[in-house]
Ligand binder design. Structure first.
Ligand SMILES: O=P(O)(O)O[C@H]1O[C@H](CO)[C@@H](O)[C@H]1O
Ligand SMILES: O=c1cc[nH]c(=O)[nH]1
Length: 235
């Protein structure tokens, strides 16, 4: 057990898939894993461990934002000997160059957040994915005939804001989309020498206010789920 995860030692696999939403974790366990066992539900943040094509995998939620994924990813890496975390999330597109349901494989996460600096003394405002998993996702996408666009993204503390302009940091780092967790995940993995990647599905086009429905958010994410599972079994 760790402070925020009640699984026993040995109940979490070496590779963890991490959506923001606990119900997305449940959906993956119910629809893709065999012999899935609920190993933690502290604070209703569900973690399931089961098998995918014979390989043991854990799927567990991060919650929303840097503080939340910062806690869960740190405890997984340090108290459960997890080696690889693949975040699977949704994102908003800053321009109509991206379309709903496009899949992104994150190169760097750029952020105004002080999380990396105050947690680990990492001064950069853009942190790369860590280890080999980004390349494995690209390789797996090719095998599956999927397009996973390699791109930088903006990781933000903010979902609702007054100013509709694209934030300066997103322009400076050439980020066509925004989400709220990858920067802290990459910071923890960089500090601890672990593998971390983020796959995102575009759920909102911010300038036109197009968005996928709450129901679609669960099921339309199946392509991204399959891509992450097919990648995870390579570890
Ligand atoms: O779909 P998830 O993984 O939760 O990711 C995105 O959705 C949430 C906001 O609606 C934030 O957590 C953001 O990063
Ligand atoms: O962080 C996020 C996630 C989805 N859509 C957004 O606009 N922002």
């Amino acid at each position: 057990m760790s402070v925020h995860i009640s699984a026993k030692k040995g109940e979490i696999a070496k590779t963890v898939l991490m959506p923001g939403d606990p119900l997305r974790a449940k959906y993956i366990a119910d629809n893709f894993l065999t012999d899935a066992k609920l190993v933690s539900q502290t604070r209703n943040i569900y973690f399931y461990t089961g098998n995918y094509k014979g390989k043991e995998i854990t799927v567990g939620a991060s919650g929303m934002g840097f503080p939340s994924i910062g806690i869960y990813s740190f405890e997984l890496f340090t108290e459960y000997e997890v080696e690889t975390i693949i975040r699977i999330g949704t994102c908003g597109a800053y321009s109509t160059d991206l379309k709903l349901f496009d899949i992104l494989n994150v190169q760097k996460a750029a952020s105004e957040s002080t999380y990396a600096k105050f947690a680990w003394g990492i001064e950069e405002d853009a942190i790369s994915n860590q280890g080999s998993v980004f390349d494995k996702i690209n390789e797996t996408a090719k095998e599956l005939g999927l397009e996973a666009k390699a791109t930088n993204i903006h990781s933000s503390d903010i979902f609702y804001r007054k100013d509709p302009a694209v934030p300066e940091i997103a322009l400076r780092h050439n980020c066509p989309a925004v989400e709220m967790e990858a920067f802290a995940l990459f910071a923890n993995a960089k500090h601890l020498g672990k593998n971390a990647a983020t796959i995102l599905t575009v759920s909102d086009i911010i300038p036109t206010q197009e968005q996928i429905s709450a129901d679609q958010r669960e099921k339309a994410l199946r392509t991204m789920m399959e891509l992450s599972l097919e990648t995870a079994i390579k570890y």
